[in-house]
Design a protein around this ligand. Structure first.
Ligand SMILES: NC(=O)c1ccc[n+]([C@@H]2O[C@H](COP(=O)([O-])OP(=O)(O)OC[C@H]3O[C@@H](n4cnc5c(N)ncnc54)[C@H](O)[C@@H]3O)[C@@H](O)[C@H]2O)c1
Length: 387
């Protein structure tokens, strides 16, 4: 490929200018594992006041702030009391998946801007209700897909959007871990009434976002889905991981999901995701187009990062040509910083959501359709209502 063509791809690093005179009052709803990552980034921002936190577990929010050296933040027993107090401009919703929708809707209905952790929620119906509340509120709702800010991830989109692949007709994506059912500080990821969706919602949503964002989030038309839980229901799996065998009794979500998805525009999406498997990787991500194809190497621990240089395959002048894109250096501040910063900027400047619900509702609808199709044992049609 000629240098001028390569120069057409743009890998800009986000430039940050902060107006510290205008403060954003933040509340953190759900003070578990991921809340720590939100708080650490907020504490770097000169235009943020951490004013409140909430958790259903008594004393957890108080301990969270004490451990992180935050003084003066008020603590509440649930999202409702925090929002009813009327002291926040915006909230980070860091609860387990089951309560994403109720917390987000309550906040938006009360005029509070929302940064909502991924996955957006657990069903399409919930995603629709969240989007309706967002529209009625006129507030910012951004969904927490921090890999979007990674320079290598941006490169995937830049390459696809440059048109170098031509019309895209087939995508294979997904990934997984050999032994990676997450039970870091308890079992909320694997409980049916808390996590609700497993590998699909934890890491599958990132894998879908990588390719769907690159191709402009076309709507799904049909989905044939399959989910299983062979590892999560096996006590020996947890024992071999140094965890209690009883986790297998608690386990009530998917640890593997696969799907064949027809997207608008005649694109086929072949997807698989695993929290655990007897395999190193279920394969690289590939995006196949009529003029070229792109290979995105998988990682050992799929979490929205890229495992090696991207490779573009073309035929030029009767020759098969492969172009390797060098890996971009990680962002100095890390993707999480930009996830928080971009949300704050949108709140302060009345901008648009950095990670829009208009896109992520499609991601959620595919995940939901995989579960529904798997239960029915057949292909289903997907309809996402206009909001
Ligand atoms: N972006 C990322 O990299 C990333 C990483 C890990 C987890 N997550 C997501 O973050 C979310 C939370 O994961 P976690 O591991 O921190 O879970 P966790 O179980 O450690 O923490 C969740 C907390 O939310 C509280 N909670 C639930 N409903 C509540 C409500 N209505 N009001 C107040 N508190 C409430 C629970 O009591 C719990 O303490 C999940 O949706 C997960 O997918 C994102």
């Amino acid at each position: 490929m000629a240098k001028s063509d390569l120069d057409a791809f743009k890998f800009d690093q986000t430039e940050v200018v902060i107006d510290a005179s205008k403060k954003v009052r933040i509340g953190i709803i759900g003070t578990g594992w991921i809340a720590g990552s939100h708080l650490r980034e907020y504490l770097k921002m000169p235009d943020v006041e951490i004013v409140a936190g909430a958790d259903l577990i008594p004393g957890k929010a108080e301990k969270f702030f004490a451990e992180n050296g935050v003084e003066g933040a008020k603590c509440y027993p649930s999202h409702k009391e925090l929002i009813d107090a009327g002291e926040v401009d915006a909230v980070s919703i860091c609860t387990y998946n089951a309560t994403h929708a109720e917390c987000a809707i309550y906040a938006l209905e009360h005029g509070v801007n929302v940064l909502l952790e991924k996955p957006m929620c657990v069903t399409t119906e919930e995603a629709v209700a969240i989007c309706k509340a967002e529209k009625a509120s006129g507030k910012i709702l951004s969904i927490g897909f921090q890999p979007r800010f990674d320079n290598n991830m941006k490169m995937v989109k830049d390459i696809v959007q440059s048109g170098v692949l031509g019309d895209i007709y087939y995508i294979q994506t997904g990934g997984g871990r050999r032994h990676g059912i997450p039970t870091p500080f308890g079992t909320t990821f694997i409980e049916g009434d808390k996590g609700v969706i497993g590998a699909l919602g934890d890491i599958g949503c990132y894998s879908l976002d990588m390719v769907l964002n690159a191709i402009g989030y076309p709507k799904p038309l049909t989905v044939t889905g399959y989910v299983s839980n062979f590892f999560g229901k096996d006590p020996d799996y947890f024992v071999s991981e140094g965890k209690p065998a009883e986790y297998a009794d608690i386990f009530a979500v998917d640890d593997f999901g696969a799907a064949f998805v027809r997207l608008e525009g005649g694109i086929i999406l072949d997807f698989r995701i695993a929290w655990a498997m007897h395999l190193d990787t279920p394969g690289d991500t590939i995006i196949m187009g009529k003029k070229g194809s792109l290979r995105i190497p998988s990682t050992e621990c799929w979490n929205g990062t890229i495992g090696g240089p991207l490779k573009l395959y073309q035929r030029i002048g009767g020759k098969d040509v492969e172009t390797e894109f060098p890996m971009q250096a990680p962002l100095e501040e890390g993707c999480f910083y930009y996830k928080i910063r971009s949300f704050l900027d949108a709140v302060k400047n009345g901008g648009t959501a950095p990670i829009s619900s208009k896109e992520i509702i499609i991601n959620q609808a595919i995940i939901d359709a995989i579960n529904k199709s798997s239960k029915l044992g057949r292909e289903i049609e997907v309809e996402i209502p206009e909001i």
